[in-house]
Ligand binder design. Sequence first.
Ligand SMILES: [Zn+2]
Length: 108
Amino acid sequence: MNQRVWKAVQERSGGRCESCSRGSGNYGQTDHFFGRARAEGVESCWLLCMECHYRKTNNQPSARFWLEMFVAHCAKHGYEAARERATKRLEGIVAVREFEMAKARGVQ
Ligand SMILES: [Zn+2]
């Protein structure tokens, strides 16, 4: 990945997982929140420990949980564009869930 971005993420995180705050030692992994193919920047990447990276990749406990974590992370650092993007996805997930719940109740 881009060395400048990698270095900035390392410095911001202080080598700690930016989700659970555990020291990640040498096992910290830079996660491209919106996927590697999209724009790579300090705002869209965060450092995760191996365990969090695994859980995030597999949507455990849920995709919603990780979106909420990332929205909070962006708010903390003042990353408005990334926060907005994650919030839109979060609203999408909430809307789908509400629609499915309404459908299950027989309401359209
Ligand atoms: Zn972690």
